[in-house]
Design a protein around this ligand. Structure first.
Ligand code: ZN
Length: 241
């Protein structure tokens, strides 16, 4: 089986389209989405519709729940808050209901999907370090948990050599080891590489590959500016921050 992992699309339709285009050559059997379909970008409705048409294996991100009033936005920074309010106004009732119904955590086949952490998905904590990962390993069954939220592709491995931190774009899955894998962000990467980021898990090859796709970044920026969203949301895309 070949699974495609997409996450943190954030209403960036240009990036999502480029990723789906790139995935056409990879014979994907199933798409898995780790949340934050909306928020920040100018095309939330189109992104929700597209993800819905791709897969029923999607978990909620904090921005998805924020857009439908299911999570507190008082801790959001001002421009994120402005984007949440704008997004709420630009989603159909049907898409809002879809976002409301998304689960926080999903077991899909041999792995777990969650936007933030498996121990307390509703708190929206980040897994940035091996210490964060160490706690998380006790809270899922099976060998792989896919997470998102930080917008940075990275892998934590619990194996014979203890807990390891892996930033490579190719991770070999070994029997007996356990993995927490972040496939990066489609629509707002924050690892310094502005290209859209996503991953493929090939169970036959026992490997997860992190991939990048160039997309119409000026188009996404123009859409954000035309929507009247905060300028910083357009600007940061070009730096991958
Ligand atoms: Zn996000």
């Amino acid at each position: 089986m070949r699974y495609a992992l997409i996450s943190d699309i954030h209403g960036n339709l240009q990036a999502l389209k480029a990723v789906l285009n790139a995935l056409e050559n990879h014979q994907v059997h199933q798409y898995l989405c780790l949340g934050d379909i909306v928020g920040y970008g100018a095309n939330p409705e189109e992104c929700v519709e597209l993800v819905r048409s791709l897969t029923d294996k999607t978990v909620a991100g904090n921005h998805d729940y924020a857009a439908v009033g299911l999570t507190d936005i008082s801790h959001f920074n001002p421009y994120a808050r402005e984007a949440v309010l704008w997004t709420a106004k630009h989603l159909s009732e049907e898409s809002k209901q879809y976002l409301r119904d998304l689960p926080l955590l999903l077991k899909a086949g041999p792995f777990t999907l969650v936007h933030s952490t498996p121990e307390s998905p509703e708190l929206w904590n980040y897994i940035f370090s091996p210490q964060d990962a160490l706690a998380a390993f006790s809270y899922f069954e099976g060998s792989i948990c896919f997470v998102a939220h930080s917008h940075r592709p990275m892998t934590f491995i619990q194996g014979p050599r203890g807990l390891q931190w892996d930033f490579s774009d190719q991770v070999q899955i070994h029997f007996g080891s356990r993995y927490i894998i972040n496939p990066g962000s489609v629509g707002q990467p924050r690892d310094g590489d502005p290209r859209a980021c996503f991953a493929i898990y090939d169970t036959e090859a026992s490997e997860v590959r992190i991939l990048r796709a160039k997309y119409d970044l000026p188009g996404a920026q123009a859409a954000i500016r035309a929507a009247g969203l905060p300028e910083i949301l357009a600007e940061r895309l070009q730096y991958g921050e």
